[in-house]
Structure formats: structure tokens, C-alpha cells
Design a protein around this ligand. Structure first.
Ligand SMILES: [Zn+2]
Length: 83
């Protein structure tokens, strides 16, 4: 399964890019990185942000190689997932 818009189950540091499973995020107003102290955020794509290129390229590869495609969570009406 590929999550085109990312996942809230993983957070990452905005400076050093260290990944944290959501279970490791401390209950702080602004979660901070254990390594560098910068802010962490969910690994999701917000409005005006670009989708992760690796995920998009992998999705395209899977689509070309598939015999059956099941897509969930989108109407396929909004770009770039629009057909
Ligand atoms: Zn960091």
C-alpha cells in the first residue's frame, strides 16, 4: 500500500529528518526532535506542498505493472491524482 499524502503514524524532524513513530512523540504542545531539538511534524503532505517524488514514482510503476488496481480514499478528481 502506498500513501500518496503520507501518514500521521510517522513524524519527522524538520531539520535533521529523523523519523519517529507516533508512539514515540511526547505529549508536548510542539513535539521536538530528540537529536537536534527542532520541531517534528507528521509525515503528511499539506496544501501547497509537493507529494513525495519516490512515492509518486513508485505508484506509477505499480500502476503500469498491475493487472488489477484498487484505489481508496480519493475521487481521482483532484490533481495530481486526477486522471
Ligand atoms: Zn532533528
Amino acid at each position: 500500500m502506498l500513501e500518496l499524502h503520507g501518514t500521521s503514524r510517522i513524524h519527522y524532524c524538520m531539520s535533521c529528518k529523523t523519523l519517529y513513530p507516533v508512539e514515540k512523540i511526547k505529549n508536548e504542545r510542539v513535539p521536538k526532535c530528540d537529536k537536534c531539538g527542532d520541531v517534528t511534524r507528521p509525515k503528511v503532505t499539506l496544501y501547497e506542498e509537493a507529494l513525495d517524488e519516490v512515492t509518486v514514482d513508485t505508484a506509477i510503476d505499480h500502476i503500469y505493472a498491475s493487472d488489477l488496481l484498487i484505489i481508496g480514499g480519493t475521487s481521482l478528481a483532484v490533481y495530481p491524482a486526477a486522471v
